[in-house]
Design a protein around this ligand. Structure first.
Ligand code: HEM
Length: 450
């Protein structure tokens, strides 16, 4: 039986696990993923070859021979993510149609100079500053959980704006996404609720289109059924909220504890370069959705049989000496040939948007906080255990606000307790952020539930 991949060591030091596998097996290693044998690709050229040859190495769980033969348990916990009917998981010829609709619907939000891109950027800056103001209520110096108080709520707000969902409408859906992504005990119910909410939102947009992602998607693909659209919207929300949040938090960690290059780029005003270095060093997507070769193929030291699942381990491919030796630590800029956004026809369509959210978030943080440091030793950061992403459950930091930062007046919810909080919520029902924060303060939302 191959070595189990997930475990305490993988959670804390995946690099050690990857190197051990590389020593034993070379570029491709057989591993056990929660009781199911799969292949893990550790070699950079091998990964690039697979990603660029989508026709030979397609996604699509229907290609999985062992599963078709009933050899994968029905309750395998990874299966729901692979059977989801959205663009990330889907294989086959239908992909091109969905991809065109995604590209077209994202375009207004990531095209430089487009009024919607400008509006979105302003809102991100405003929301980031509101969140910092909220943290600042704790005093000019103090401790905070930057994940709960900044890197998670900020992209959640962006998701709400992209979806064109007003205030209270998407509050519940935002919370449900967290329940699903953190695989909580009620994630199945949350998933059904969020799909229903997205279906309702999609129907509203079909009747009354707006300037938002669902309306643009329907304009690009009017034949999308309500259910198809709901799956894509759920995915949009999950990707923006979860992956966006992971990238912000990973960036903060890399900037304050990393090899100095991300910090140097930030200090030099090269913030996009800093983010590029972060995604190279700490890829949010640790293992991609698997591919299945259509015929037997040699890869590294092994022959992979048709229909066997192959997972690309992003960080491991970046540590492959055939790639890493070309990205010497002395170079001023890091390579853009990394695989953190994928490669080939299935690469991330939202790279520009995710980078923009992150750069604006980091700009606000490092402008308003003169000093940020981890409040726990770096090796005690609580990483999530996930076969797909590498992100933190919490990001405890100690901060010092910059001189001259004016701490904003406390929100009514903070000043006067539950009754006024409820009034404030009604009075300002347009702001999901405020509702969310009010919910936290009044105890309507339990932060430990996430
Ligand atoms: C704004 C938020 C994001 C959205 C809406 C988004 C959306 C998507 C979508 C729809 C795909 C599937 C593309 C296809 O199959 O044709 C995808 C793929 C991908 N995304 Fe993103 N993404 C976001 C953020 C991120 C972030 C922060 C990262 C990591 C740095 C990332 C890394 C990837 C990778 C590696 C793939 C390819 C996965 C594979 O080949 O299996 N994405 N993204």
């Amino acid at each position: 039986m191959p070595e189990p991949l997930l475990g305490r060591e993988y959670q804390d030091r995946p690099d050690l696990v990857h190197e051990r596998l590389r020593q034993r097996h070379g570029a491709v290693a057989p591993v056990d993923l929660l009781g199911v044998p799969v292949w893990l690709v550790l070699g950079y050229p091998e990964a690039l070859y697979i990603l660029q040859n989508d026709a030979l190495w397609p996604k699509g769980i229907h290609h999985w021979r062992a599963r078709n033969e009933g050899r994968v348990p029905h309750d395998w916990p990874v299966a729901p993510a692979l059977t989801a009917e959205n663009m990330m998981a889907r294989g086959g010829s239908g992909h091109a149609t969905y991809r065109a609709a995604w590209d077209s619907a994202l375009k207004p939000f990531q095209e430089p100079g487009h009024p919607q891109t400008r509006r979105l950027k302003e809102n991100i800056r405003r929301t980031a500053n509101e969140l910092i103001g909220f943290i600042a209520q704790g005093g000019r110096t103090g401790t905070a959980d930057l994940a709960a108080q900044f890197s998670r709520p900020l992209p959640l707000m962006v998701a709400g704006e992209l979806l064109g969902a007003s205030g209270s409408q998407n509050d519940q859906a935002l919370m449900d996404i967290w329940r699903i992504l953190d695989a909580g005990p009620d994630s199945a119910e949350a998933s059904a609720r969020v799909l229903a909410a997205m279906a309702e939102l999609g129907e509203q947009k079909r009747r009354r289109p707006g300037e938002d992602f669902p309306s643009y998607m329907l304009a690009a693909q009017p034949n999308l059924t309500t259910s198809e659209l709901a799956h894509e919207l759920t995915m949009l929300m999950g990707m923006v909220a979860d992956h966006g949040g992971i990238l912000i938090a990973n960036s903060v960690v890399e900037i304050i504890t990393g090899d100095g290059r991300a910090r140097a780029s930030l200090s030099a005003g090269m913030i996009r370069e800093a983010v590029n270095h972060v995604v190279l060093r700490k890829p949010p997507l640790s293992n991609f959705v698997p591919r299945f070769p259509l015929r037997d193929q040699r890869l590294g030291e092994y022959i992979i049989r048709a229909g066997e699942p192959v997972w690309i381990a992003t960080a491991a491919t970046h540590a492959d000496p055939r790639f890493a030796d070309g990205t010497s630590a002395n170079r001023a800029t890091s390579t853009r040939a990394h695989l953190s956004w994928g490669a080939g026809p299935r690469q991330c369509p939202s790279r520009e948007l995710a980078t923009t959210i992150t750069t604006l978030a980091l700009e606000s943080l490092f402008e308003q906080f003169e000093h940020l440091e981890l409040a726990v030793p770096v090796d005690q950061l609580p990483w999530r255990s996930s076969p797909f992403v590498r992100g933190l459950r919490a990001l405890p930091i100690r901060y010092r606000l910059r001189d001259g930062y004016e701490i904003p007046a406390p929100a009514p919810a903070l000043r006067t307790g539950r009754h006024r909080a409820a009034e404030a919520e009604v009075a300002d029902s347009s702001s999901t952020l405020r509702q969310f924060l009010t919910g936290l303060v009044t105890g309507k939302i339990d932060p430990d539930a996430f």
